[in-house]
Design a protein around this ligand. Structure first.
Ligand code: ZN
Length: 362
């Protein structure tokens, strides 16, 4: 089965006529842009948002002969005469919802700007497989640039759709294909509200199984309302099928290595570990430094040996005022050193600045 992507833009294309946002200005400067989304399947069935699939005018009027078209909320589940299977979002912003009767697809045309996590769920349910050709449709100014869309698509292991592109499925998958060879240990560093947690979640959206590890502070000890609120807010914003764990045993979670792991975050973990090691006592508890060092070594060793896909979020420190209290200075120093060591052992280190991603040189 194949799908000719006649247009891959949002309902008004990209750039949108008359829109002067930075994304549309970039898209206009970059070239011809993207026409409003439209797809031609096998040269015979035309998909236009807001309309049921139609036979191409070239092949005559009426419904598409030989094609079984099943409407699902937010999309179309289409089976060709040769058994080829295609899933399509019904339009910009729409996410197909499939019931248990759905079988796996050879081609999936999805609005991944509306919900990248739909990809992870489709993979978890076996509806999108390694052989499924997946293309991102309905791109528009919800994303800052075509480069940013392409970057996300590489992370998710899909194609950014382009006008005129022919998508064919199933894709051949070599017998020795071991899956994505991308970075498997990613460290994301950034200041408060820099977008680091969002980037971490985005990077793992296409994964079928993700554990979100909320590490610290005082996990398992006296409840901290601010932390509890933060964990609850993050939980509300994440895909509901992700598993959430609250634990300080980051090394243990890294060693278990079941599915993808999002560690949020190293700074809160360190603060809690320094607390439990007795570093905040005045004077610090005997052997507090040794206990802290042992915990840090255990974390580094587990991170170095992590075999699964892991993304850790950590805080940028040292750019503000020098902390007034010795405890603040000790935390700043410890986290600065820990960040250096984790970054050195990461396949990819990213810095977040004002919601933008900066890849740090290896
Ligand atoms: Zn715009």
């Amino acid at each position: 089965m194949d799908a000719l992507l006649i247009g891959t833009g949002g309902s008004r294309g990209w750039p949108e006529p008359g829109c002067s946002c930075a994304s549309c200005c970039r898209a206009a400067a970059a070239g011809p842009g993207r026409a409003a989304g439209q797809v031609l399947i096998d040269g015979t069935v035309r998909l236009v948002p807001g309309q049921p699939p139609q036979s191409s005018p070239r092949t005559g009027p009426g419904g598409p002969a030989g094609y079984r078209v099943r409407p699902v909320p937010g999309g179309w589940d289409i089976t060709g005469p040769d058994g080829g299977r295609l899933l399509a979002s019904a339009g910009p912003g729409l996410v197909p919802e499939l019931d248990d009767a759905a079988a796996h697809f050879d081609i999936a045309l999805l609005d991944l700007l509306a919900s990248p996590a739909q990809l992870g769920l489709l993979r978890a349910r076996g509806l999108v497989r390694r052989s499924t050709a997946v293309a991102a449709m309905y791109a528009d100014h919800r994303v800052t640039s075509a480069e940013e869309l392409a970057r996300r698509c590489r992370v998710w292991g899909v194609e950014p759709g382009r006008d005129g592109m022919l998508v064919s499925g199933p894709r051949p998958v070599p017998a020795d294909d071991q899956g994505p060879a991308g970075p498997h240990r990613t460290l994301i560093i950034g200041g408060a509200r820099s977008g680091k947690s969002r980037e971490a979640e985005l990077r793992l959206s296409g994964e079928p199984a993700v554990t979100y590890l909320a590490a610290g502070p005082w996990a398992g000890q006296a409840p901290d309302t601010e932390w509890a609120d933060r964990v609850a807010a993050h939980r509300a914003g994440r895909p509901i099928w992700w598993r959430t764990e609250e634990s300080l045993d980051v090394a243990g979670a890294l060693r278990r290595g079941a599915g993808a792991l999002l560690i949020d975050g190293i700074g809160t973990w360190l603060a809690a570990v320094m607390e439990t090691a007795g570093m905040w006592a005045d004077p610090p508890a005997a052997q507090a430094s040794d206990r802290l060092a042992a915990k840090i070594e255990e974390l580094i060793a587990a991170w170095r040996q992590a075999s699964g896909l892991v993304v850790a979020v950590t805080d940028q420190v040292g750019e503000g005022l020098v902390p007034t209290y010795p405890a603040g200075r000790a935390f700043r120093d410890q986290l600065g050193w820990l960040n250096q060591r984790l970054a050195a052992e990461s396949d990819l280190a990213l810095q977040m600045v004002a919601g933008r991603v900066v890849a740090l040189p290896a």
